[in-house]
Design a protein around this ligand. Structure first.
Ligand code: A3P
Length: 285
């Protein structure tokens, strides 16, 4: 029996979202995506770097910063993390990339090639506070032709946090990676938070270059900052597909979207599920 099946998830207002059920896990129905079995069989190179993130957490930004820190030069091109997005691209495209590759995925560790652990790849986990993620994802998902969603925010929030949509619940995602860190103490993992980069990009870039085992000057870091502002990236990287990746950015837009009742409901859910999580997320700066 096929492991893949198109499914319609339903929000609280009865509006549907189209996803792909792949190995019993919902992912976007990417045209030409290789899916979970394809990702599992990607050949991993010793010097690959892997960025793992829940959607809409600033993967584009961290990808670009990491690329420039690793290269030691400022890059002006329209390449984005989409070219190395494992479940969305083809095995041939991934194989054609020159080393060191910066791969990225929204999947869980159990969906990735065993060589990620065997070869002790450097893994950068990118996370963002869940309220801003919900708002960001709600806005982008309505522009994705393969999701085909027209629902209202008031009907989106509850099923989103209950994990009814692609990539499952944000909370399960965070807890899963926390468990991976505990179970694999010798796997090099760096956790980066969106809010921390917004607060002090130079500090967070130093954490990234130390993790990558390279050394970069403050003068160079300033240039990377200037080349990776949202405005600079929007100009260079946004294509004409109609998918608005560089929307608003920042910390705290959730306050313009969450009702008092939604906020109270979510805070309660968060306390129940995340009580033991050591990570602290910032909801304002
Ligand atoms: P918003 O929808 O809140 O604007 P990802 O890169 O994982 O797809 O996440 C996209 C989110 O990160 C968007 O959030 C986008 O604006 C924000 N983002 C991407 N690049 C950014 C940058 N250089 N500076 C600030 N925010 C950025």
């Amino acid at each position: 029996m096929s492991q893949k099946q198109i499914v319609e998830a339903v929000d609280d207002g009865g509006e549907t979202l189209t996803f792909l059920s792949d190995n019993s896990f919902l992912i976007p129905n990417f045209p030409d995506g290789i899916g979970i079995d394809g990702v599992r069989s990607v050949g991993i190179r010793d010097d690959d770097i892997l960025i793992c993130s829940y959607p809409q957490s600033e993967t584009h930004w961290v990808f670009e910063i990491t690329r420039e820190l690793l290269a030691g030069g400022i890059i002006h091109d329209d390449n984005t993390k989409v070219q190395t997005f494992m479940e969305r691209t083809s095995e041939e495209e991934l194989a054609d990339l020159s080393s060191p590759r910066i791969l990225n995925t929204h999947l869980l560790m159990k969906h990735l090639p065993d060589d990620v652990c065997n070869k002790k790849l450097k893994v950068i986990i990118v996370l963002r506070n869940p309220k801003d993620v919900a708002v960001s994802l709600y806005n982008v998902i309505r522009t994705l032709p393969f999701a085909n969603y027209k629902g209202e925010w008031k009907n989106y929030v509850r099923p989103f946090f209950q994990g009814k949509f692609a990539y499952g619940s944000w909370m399960d995602y965070v807890l899963d990676w926390e468990q991976v860190k505990k179970d694999n103490p010798d796997l090099p993992v760096l956790t980066i938070l969106y809010e921390d980069i917004k607060e002090d990009q130079m500090r967070e870039m130093r954490r990234i270059y130390e993790f990558l085992d390279v050394k970069r000057t403050d003068d160079f870091l300033s240039k990377v900052c200037n080349n990776t502002t949202k405005a600079a990236m929007r100009t260079l990287k946004e294509d004409d597909s109609g998918i608005k990746v560089f929307r608003k950015g920042g910390v705290g837009d959730w306050k313009n979207w969450f009702t008092v009742a939604q906020n109270e409901w979510f805070d309660q859910l968060y306390q129940e599920k995340m009580a033991d999580c050591p990570l602290q997320f910032k909801y304002t700066l």
